[in-house]
Design a protein around this ligand. Sequence first.
Ligand code: SAM
Length: 352
Amino acid sequence: MAFEMKLPGIDFNTPVFPSTRYMGSKAVLREFIWNSVRSLEFQTVLDAFSGTGSIAYLFKQKGKRVYANDFLALSYHITNATIENGTEILLPEDIDYILSPRAKHPRFIEENFRGLYFTDEENQLLDRVSANIRDLECEYKRSLALSAITRACLKKRPRGIFTYTGFDRYLDGRNDIKLTLEEHIRRAAQEFYLAVFDNGQANKAFWVDIFDLDAPYADLVYLDPPYVSLRSDNDYSRRYHFIEGLARYWEGLQILNHTTTKKFARLRSPFDSKRTVYDAFARLFKKYEDSIIVVSYSKNCLPTKEEMIELMRSVKKEVRVESFTHRYSFGTHNHKIANEFNLVSEYIFIGI
Ligand SMILES: C[S@@+](CC[C@H](N)C(=O)[O-])C[C@H]1O[C@@H](n2cnc3c(N)ncnc32)[C@H](O)[C@@H]1O
């Protein structure tokens, strides 16, 4: 391996998934989810709302044939790079090429996002890198590179969100904030390099609304949609609009110029509102009634736990509930450690 800047303490022979603080990521629940389903008989899995891809990746590691879907391009490129792809990697010369200067390229980020999230130099870098990535011939290398730049932006950004503007608020001395954006991109490229492996299966990544998905039959369907909750927002396109825009280079997205964040028009999902979510679950369960259905669920959401079980029972004879309580980390707020208020119960419902 010819990487100049190796990640300390990393074994380059073991595939490792690059987790993030993405809202709703189930990375910390991998063991719980696997222990809850391992005794079931299944060879093919659909992760229908894949987000970071952490659960699709878990099933890939367990040797299953995996189909992963999400309606965000951001998520699609991660699963295209790490679930469908099993062989292509970004070589050091690819990374150097992606970061290299070029005479002409669009300046969309520089012109539209000046002073909002990154410095002028960083915006120019993102415009240039985006153009270079689109020159890569291999689609998996493009997805690896797009995953690396979106991950780099997420890490460089204080709190990892794009719902506020300015870049000196929340500076907390974290190493992630101190590294340059270019260093973050190189680092993220290496992390995705480590994630690529072949499990011998024909895995596939999709990028559509779940109700438009036409994937092959899967023995087990894992559902982790956004939930309507009184406590937190579940609007992915608002929170992550900049990196979703970056993954598509804003193609087909309409920036709302009157907004301070310059977000694009919300990507609507029927899982977003109390009014549509019940019907959405009913249709979803109907769509996958022939598969084992596994649903991730946290407390204080709609539908309620009882309503979810009822909805699942309309298509499944047997519904099992497994629960897991864990303590949420509040970053630098050490005084909150061991506080009962940051204990969270997570559930999965298994319909057989
Ligand atoms: C709770 S997150 C999934 C997290 C994922 N399990 C993980 O571990 O990272 C929900 C995901 O559903 C996606 N989503 C929302 N509505 C969707 C729809 N109608 N079709 C497909 N994906 C959708 C969002 O983009 C988001 O990534």
